[in-house]
Design a binder for this molecule. Structure first.
Ligand code: ADP
Ligand code: ZN
Length: 731
């Protein structure tokens, strides 16, 4: 196994096939190896398993992994064995003889990681078996099950507090994806972790795109969505057991491979359906929320909520099951107020008023999310106590500009420009003519009317003509303007006059921008959508190879290779085992065990399709942040030498908003220096504080700095600048 001199980086490459650690993994591994208790909060798909699996190879003794579900254990153990790490599990699914055999292997030191459920671990005779073994550390997976405040409380988990009493010197690493502080504190306390180091990774999952659609003609819309995910795996969550079955039937009738899953199904049928899904034999599973925990399937390409969730936390967990492999995946929610009312009725039946109130508030948060017109990701992240560094995530419908018509944005400035042109032309012209003035067109009619002398002449040049058409239409639709007579002359309504006098903000439907068009034109969001047709064909061939190998070894296909690996093969067309080893996610054992199947398949395919070419692979994540037009405006004023205050006054925005825009400029490298934003001596101080506190949040950084002359904006600027153009956040 390990000679003790190998670095954790070598192990990462040779066993797991990866070149870099994900954020925090290295620190957590080093702490674990240093004998420290750690608490790890990472979103689903963040890479928790590696944090406790890798150090096992650098430890002398046995690692005991406590995991709540039998299904999960088997997959994890299979995955570990495939990469050459000896692991096994003990649980009630095995016959006594097999159990004894495995215990014997453990006793002989032939196993590095032993997985078991808490109820097994806590049986006195099992504890005494364990206490005779040299234990390196305990890993408690899905640790939130220990807390009554979590949504998956399990009584057996509660008793894990005994571990520290029985094994006071053995380190514990507790891991979960459940984010609230209350649960986190409870876990640490229940497990009695000593001088524990807490880690919290960002909950932003850049490869997931969040979309909300009104619940109208839902089935048709769903079919359209599913067609863009042809032959891919996905979960559709429904509120009731009945509706999972009905939906699965309707989808089958439309030719999709779909099955239902809920707690009311016969347990054999339930595990059969789950197994078919995990093994890529069925694409779509229509399920209640009973489905999900312990599903480690890495190539789930979409999660649809056909009905609303009861709270945002559950919703985020459920959507988190998409795209664990890091490839782009979609999370779609269908929302209607009547769903909200349905859930409210359930809440009414709850007898404990405190719990009822808690649930009512949680539901309100969920509905707020669904009704947002601003960035959905920043809302969710804020809910989890995290703030986003950029104002446009580039991965939600609102930021991408694919909002439905009812979604609105603040277009005060544009509306004011339009309305004041209507006033200055004495309410005597139509929308087309107003647009010409705004665009500064010096045509005969304008010159004749001397409208080129108006102060608003040409002030709309920064937008395309179609934008002003849109603003005109929206102002009319929102009853700021009315149209008179056969020429469609525009006049202001009292609503418009009040808005202008009180300088109140004007919200209109978002300007249909380029992103919207791009998304409409994008026919498919499949994992290999960006590949030429021939390479896409090869991808299918390689999937076939993977399925055959998987079936022969009785493991799910993703245990062989993840989609990301197949995608790299499809693009780079490796010819040798060495080529394969260069791919991310290919370790030595897998390359040797079944690399040749893939290499042969690729070579064969190439003889039959000589026109196939290698494709350059773009960095998959994160999605590059895109600016809102409004941020561009602030950035260009800044480039012209204006200060934040001046821009704020000129644009009638708050200084905080302008600062946010400039932060986006720094993060994307459009503004390429901190010079005019942060004094040099402050920059170094802030940088040090950011490194020392490893802070995702700004407050601890502020406290560390303890310097009243430094503002939050300045910290944000330094952080944005240092993280610019990089995929890996430094802090
Ligand atoms: P979690 O348990 O947090 O939900 P997993 O441990 O299943 O997440 O990891 C999610 C995915 O990320 C897996 O496909 C895993 O192989 C991959 N992964 C983990 N660490 C890395 C890394 N350092 N580089 C690339 N991929 C990684
Ligand atoms: Zn967004």
């Amino acid at each position: 196994m390990n000679d003790g001199y190998q670095s954790i980086y070598d192990t990462l490459k040779s066993y797991f096939g990866y070149d870099e650690f994900r954020p925090l993994q290295r620190e957590i591994i080093e702490d674990t190896l240093g004998g420290r208790d750690t608490f790890v909060l990472m979103p689903t798909g963040g890479g928790k398993s590696l944090c406790y699996q890798l150090p096992a190879l650098h430890s002398k003794g046995l690692v005991i992994v406590v995991s709540p579900l039998i299904a999960l254990m088997k997959d994890q153990v299979d995955s570990l064995n495939e990469i050459g790490i000896t692991a096994t599990f003990l649980n009630s699914s095995l016959d006594p003889q097999e159990n004894e055999h495995r215990k014997d292997l453990v006793r002989r030191g032939a196993v590095k990681l032993l997985y078991c459920a808490p109820e097994r671990l806590l049986i006195p005779e099992f504890l005494s078996f364990v206490s005779k073994l040299p234990i390196a550390y305990f890993a408690i997976d899905e640790a939130h099950c220990i807390s009554e405040w979590g949504h998956d409380f399990r009584v057996e988990y509660r008793q894990l507090s005994i571990l520290k009493k029985r094994f006071p010197k053995t380190p514990i690493i507790a891991l979960t994806a459940t984010a609230t502080t209350r649960v986190a504190d409870d876990i640490v306390q229940q497990l009695q972790l000593k001088s524990v180091k807490r880690y919290k990774a960002s909950f932003n999952r850049p490869n997931l795109t969040y979309l909300v659609r009104p619940k109208q003609e839902t089935f048709d819309e769903l079919i359209g969505f599913l067609k863009s995910h042809k032959d891919e795996s996905g979960i559709i969550y429904c509120m009731s057991r009945d509706s999972t079955e009905r939906l699965a039937e309707k989808l089958k009738a439309k030719g999709f491979k779909a099955l239902a899953y809920h707690a009311g199904l016969d347990s054999k049928l339930r595990s059969k359906n789950q197994e078919l899904f995990i093994r890529d034999k069925v694409d779509i599973i229509c399920a209640t929320i009973a489905f999900g925990m312990g599903i480690d399937k890495s190539n789930v390409r979409f999660v649809v909520h056909y009905d609303i969730s009861k709270n945002l936390e559950g919703y985020y967990q459920e959507t988190g099951r998409a795209g664990r492999d890091g490839l782009p995946s979609d999370c779609l929610l269908f929302y209607s107020r009547s769903d909200k009312i349905k859930i409210e009725r359930f809440i009414q039946d709850i007898s404990d008023p405190k719990i009822a109130q808690h649930q009512r508030l949680a539901l309100a948060e969920m509905c707020n999310y669904a009704e947002l017109t601003s960035c959905r990701k920043s809302y969710v992240l804020e809910y989890f106590g995290e703030e986003m560094t950029q104002s446009n995530c580039g991965a939600c419908d609102n930021c991408l500009g694919i909002t439905n018509r009812s979604a609105k944005v603040d277009l005060t400035i544009e509306a004011q420009k339009f309305l004041s042109t209507v006033i200055r032309t004495k309410e005597g012209f139509g929308a087309g003519y107003i647009t010409e003035i705004l665009m500064g067109e010096d045509n005969d009619r304008i010159l004749h009317n001397r409208h080129h002398t108006l102060t608003t002449f040409g002030i709309g040049k920064d937008h395309k003509k179609k934008v002003w058409h849109h603003i005109g239409q929206e102002l009319e639709r929102e009853k700021y303007l009315v149209r008179y007579g056969e020429y469609g002359v525009l006049r202001l309504t009292p609503k418009a006059k009040t808005a202008i006098e009180s300088k109140s903000p004007i919200w209109l439907s978002a300007i249909p921008d380029r992103a919207k068009k791009e998304l409409r034109e994008q026919k498919s969001r499949t994992a290999i959508a960006d590949m030429p047709e021939m390479n896409a064909k090869l991808f299918d061939v390689l999937r076939g190879v993977r399925s055959t190998i998987a079936a022969g070894r009785d493991v799910p296909p993703y245990v062989i290779f993840h989609d990301t690996v197949l995608k790299q093969m499809t693009a780079l067309l490796p010819e040798t085992i060495d080529d394969l080893l260069k791919l991310s996610g290919v370790g030595k054992k897998k390359a040797n065990d079944f690399g040749h199947f893939f290499i042969t398949a690729i070579a064969e395919f190439r003889t039959g399709h000589t026109e196939i070419r290698t494709v350059e692979l773009k960095q998959e994540e994160p999605v590059a942040p895109k600016f809102k037009e409004t941020a561009f405006e602030s950035i260009s004023l800044f480039a012209k030498g204006k200060t934040i205050e001046e821009i704020a006054i000129e644009r009638r925005l708050s200084k905080a908003t302008v600062a946010e825009h400039l932060g986006d400029g720094l993060l994307t490298g459009v503004i390429n220096s901190l010079d005019r934003l942060v004094a040099t001596e402050k920059t170094e101080k802030i940088r040090k504080a950011l490194i020392e506190t490893k802070a995702i949040f700004l407050k601890p950084v502020m406290e560390y700095l303890n310097d009243a002359s430094i503002s939050y904006d300045e910290i944000k600027f330094v952080r944005a600048f240092d993280n610019r153009n990089t995929n890996i956040k430094k802090y």
